[in-house]
Ligand binder design. Structure first.
Ligand code: ZN
Length: 125
């Protein structure tokens, strides 16, 4: 099970530019909002930065991203949840736990269409 608050980082070079894009579009940009965001542990960021420094002599640093930048807050329980684990009912962002509770009270459909859209498009946002 993933820790939802695992550290997310941006990669910054010695000039204060952030790593952006992906594949052949990779580059550095001073706009942090365009920076790629990595999972520090899952992407083995420390090891990769070490490798780049050793093999290419380029010093990069990992800059932690505030949880509020990456996560939605459940409007019901106020927990941070990944954007892919939230459900937006038109008024409120809910985590799936709260959604399960709320659904029994209100008239939400059993298979919300917006949730399906999230699942289908997951990861490409
Ligand atoms: Zn919740």
């Amino acid at each position: 099970m993933n820790d939802p608050l695992a550290v997310k980082v941006r990669i910054r070079n010695s000039e204060g530019m952030y790593l952006t894009g992906g594949g052949s579009n990779s580059g550095f940009c001073d706009d942090a909002s365009k920076a790629l965001i990595f999972d520090y542990l899952r992407h083995q960021v420390a090891e990769q930065l070490d490798e780049i420094l050793r093999t290419r002599g380029i010093r990069l640093e990992a800059v932690p991203v505030e949880p509020a930048e990456v996560y939605e807050t459940c409007d019901h329980c106020q927990k941070y949840v990944s954007a892919f684990d939230t459900f937006f009912d038109g008024k409120l962002f809910l985590c799936f736990e709260c959604l399960a509770q709320v659904r029994s009270i209100s008239q939400l459909p059993a298979t919300p269409t917006s949730l399906q859209a999230f699942t289908v498009n997951g990861g490409t946002a």
